[in-house]
Ligand binder design. Structure first.
Ligand code: HEM
Length: 273
């Protein structure tokens, strides 16, 4: 594509900048490598490269893998968070309840930590419902079958492309009573306890489940609770005017652009009073 003129060339240039940045990091790591004390993914990869001589462990593969980790780990989490903040201004009563739980369980004396999560069923349900409705990867990641595979009476010959319809699973009315709406009962029982749902698969499932699942879950919890511990979020629009229609719906779903105010808590409380 780089030989075809057009605006996509900017993306090629950005990719090259990322590539050069990571290559430089690899050089820095190589010069200061201590095999008994790996500092990061690049060090671990370099150590493995010295241990085994296999074609996968090349510098080229190291740089590409590091770039792919950045791609896989940034846009996904940030799109989910942007959808999350949008839902919180669209449904201010939900935002109030999360803030109430943050105040009760975490308070203002310490920053949110992962061991707070077990005592925060409402917040946990909100994060699940954000991910369910945001549905940012509706057909997962493209895959192909590694060998001839028999599935429900069909033969999928080796190398057949396969996509998992995660978006359909996340909105299956058998599992979610009101699948198109932001509805916390999908993850809360009558007593307000968190309720697991087998159809909640935004990270896929099986051997190739999202590698960053636990990191992403930590990021979502810590970022949303930290924001609500300190700020009240408001939209310049009335909640009923807020449009949730995605900006892009393709392989990935991207939230619309929107504005919001983050009012420091004192000011936010004063404002609502
Ligand atoms: C809300 C955030 C995220 C969502 C919704 C998400 C979703 C997914 C999905 C649906 C897949 C395909 C799974 C399958 O085929 O069954 C996937 C794969 C993957 N994800 Fe994520 N992801 C997120 C965050 C991250 C983060 C933070 C990282 C890394 C730092 C990451 C790294 C990866 C990688 C490397 C794969 C490929 C795994 C493999 O092929 O074995 N993801 N992700």
């Amino acid at each position: 594509m780089q030989y075809v003129p057009g605006p996509h060339n900017r993306a090629c240039n950005h990719y090259k900048a990322l590539h050069d940045f990571i290559l430089e990091r690899v050089r820095i790591n190589q010069q200061s490598l201590d095999p008994s004390c790996p500092r990061d993914f690049i060090d671990s990869f370099l150590i493995r490269t010295e241990e085994v001589s296999r074609f996968e462990f090349s510098t080229r593969n190291l740089v590409d893998t590091a770039i792919q980790l950045f791609f896989a780990g940034t846009e996904t989490t940030s799109s989910t968070l942007r959808f999350g903040l949008l839902f919180l201004v669209k449904y201010p009563e939900v935002q109030d309840k999360v803030r109430e739980e943050v105040d009760r369980v975490i308070g203002q004396t310490h920053s949110p930590a992962m061991n707070d999560q077990g005592r925060m069923p409402y917040t946990n349900a909100v994060i699940h419902e954000i991910q369910r409705l945001a549905n940012i990867l509706p057909i997962g990641v493209p895959r192909k079958v590694a060998c001839d595979t028999h599935f429900r009476g069909y033969l999928l010959p080796k190398d057949t492309d396969v996509s998992t319809a995660l978006g359909i699973i996340l909105q299956d009315p058998k599992y979610f009573k009101d699948p198109k709406s932001f509805h916390l009962e999908h993850f809360l029982d009558e007593e307000g306890h968190f309720k697991k749902n087998d159809s909640f698969l935004p990270f896929g499932t099986g051997k190739r489940v999202c590698l960053g699942k636990s990191l992403a879950l930590m990021e979502l919890f810590l970022m949303l609770t930290t924001i609500l511990q300190r700020f009240t979020l408001k939209s310049p629009k009335e909640p009923q005017e807020i449009d949730l229609t995605p900006k892009v719906s393709g392989l990935g779903i991207v939230p619309p652009n929107y504005e919001l105010y983050a009012l420091p808590r004192e000011e936010g409380l004063h404002d609502s009073a």
